[in-house]
Design a protein around this ligand. Structure first.
Ligand SMILES: NC(=O)c1ccc[n+]([C@@H]2O[C@H](COP(=O)([O-])OP(=O)(O)OC[C@H]3O[C@@H](n4cnc5c(N)ncnc54)[C@H](OP(=O)(O)O)[C@@H]3O)[C@@H](O)[C@H]2O)c1
Length: 300
């Protein structure tokens, strides 16, 4: 599979697997190992986490697989996030839902992630959401310490807009390596508001969360979803497939921002759809037909 270079030492697989829903799948440790091995066999070596996924449980579920098969660790890149505080029975000290990007919280969150993932290092740590109370000097100090200790190899952000990303970057020694944002044929905001343009300006590859709009494209009866399904069906026929998710992934992969879609399903057949999408080259007619059906009108 194609690899996307983030630093001179770190590259991600073009398709990433996401662990947000891992707790919902009720997989045994053996089934989690099978899932990880299936991904790796297809070339998907980058796995996306966050401390809060599954109310602070998903990292540990994945970590059980790494504990049982430690040799898997060196075959993968681990991404995780910090900065959101959730009320949870697993974090009884948390009194409210808020953001915390203090140095103390970032360091503590990384230690928790390392413990739960059963690993010595995180390949890329992301600040999960822009925090109105972020002190960038604090973040810079936390990043420096984590890099110096070898606990984290590189840093990025998630859901950051232009001004937020530029502000944090101005305090950091190293370039942020990615911005993980919501983008799909259904959810166009980050394409339309300049966020992807900023990432391209900075030569910063983009990770796309909810590339299938969390499944809404298939299940929703809102007008946009219905229009999209019609167009996707036409394009799928032209591409010689019946799998609409292949077209949705291909729509992202054909964009010039080096988008890395994060697959949110634990089902191997659905993971394979994302891998097959790498083979599809969309014409501009096809790409814009999907854009138009999402917008509900043509480009000006
Ligand atoms: N940075 C952030 O703020 C942020 C936010 C959200 C997510 N993420 C990351 O992005 C990853 C992917 O997000 P996501 O899970 O929302 O991705 P997604 O791929 O858009 O959505 C996955 C959902 O779509 C369903 N689905 C997939 N194919 C389908 C089909 N053909 N028909 C009906 N339903 C279908 C899946 O169901 P099945 O499970 O049944 O296949 C699953 O519930 C997460 O795991 C996480 O790592 C990051």
């Amino acid at each position: 599979m194609e690899r996307i270079t983030l630093t001179k030492d770190i590259s991600f697989s073009r398709i990433v697997h996401g662990a947000w829903r891992l707790n919902d799948w009720n997989y045994t440790t053996d089934q989690t190992i099978e899932l990880i091995e299936h991904c790796i066999s297809k070339g998907i070596t980058t796995f996306d986490h966050a401390d809060i996924y599954g109310s602070y449980t998903c990292e540990a579920l994945f970590g059980r697989a790494l504990e049982a098969k430690p040799e898997l660790r060196e075959k993968m890149e681990l991404v995780t996030k910090c900065g959101i505080v959730l009320e949870s029975p697993n974090r009884p000290a948390h009194k409210s839902h808020h953001y915390n990007t203090s140095k103390e919280h970032i360091l503590l969150s990384v230690d928790n992630s390392l413990r739960d993932l059963k690993t010595d290092y995180i390949d890329t740590l992301l600040i999960h959401r822009p925090d109105p109370m972020m002190n960038p000097e604090d973040v810079a100090e936390a990043f420096s310490e984590l890099k110096a200790s070898g606990k984290v190899r590189s840093f990025g952000v998630s859901n950051f807009k232009r001004h937020q990303l530029n502000m944090l970057q101005s305090y950091l020694d190293d370039a942020l390596v990615t911005n993980q944002v919501e983008v799909s044929a259904y959810e166009l905001e980050n394409i339309q508001d300049g966020t992807l343009d900023l990432c391209m300006e900075k030569r910063m590859p983009v990770m796309a969360w909810s590339p299938l709009a969390g499944g809404a494209i298939f299940s929703s009866n809102d007008e946009k979803a219905v229009r999209l399904r019609d167009t996707l069906t036409t394009v799928a026929e032209e591409l010689g497939t019946e799998d609409l998710s292949e077209v949705l992934y291909a729509w992202l992969l054909n964009h010039p921002a080096k988008i890395m879609p994060i697959v949110g399903s634990g089902k191997t057949a659905r993971i394979d759809s994302a891998v097959r999408a790498l083979e599809h080259k969309l014409t501009l007619d096809q790409w814009f037909a999907i854009l138009h059906s999402s917008m509900g009108h043509d480009v000006p």
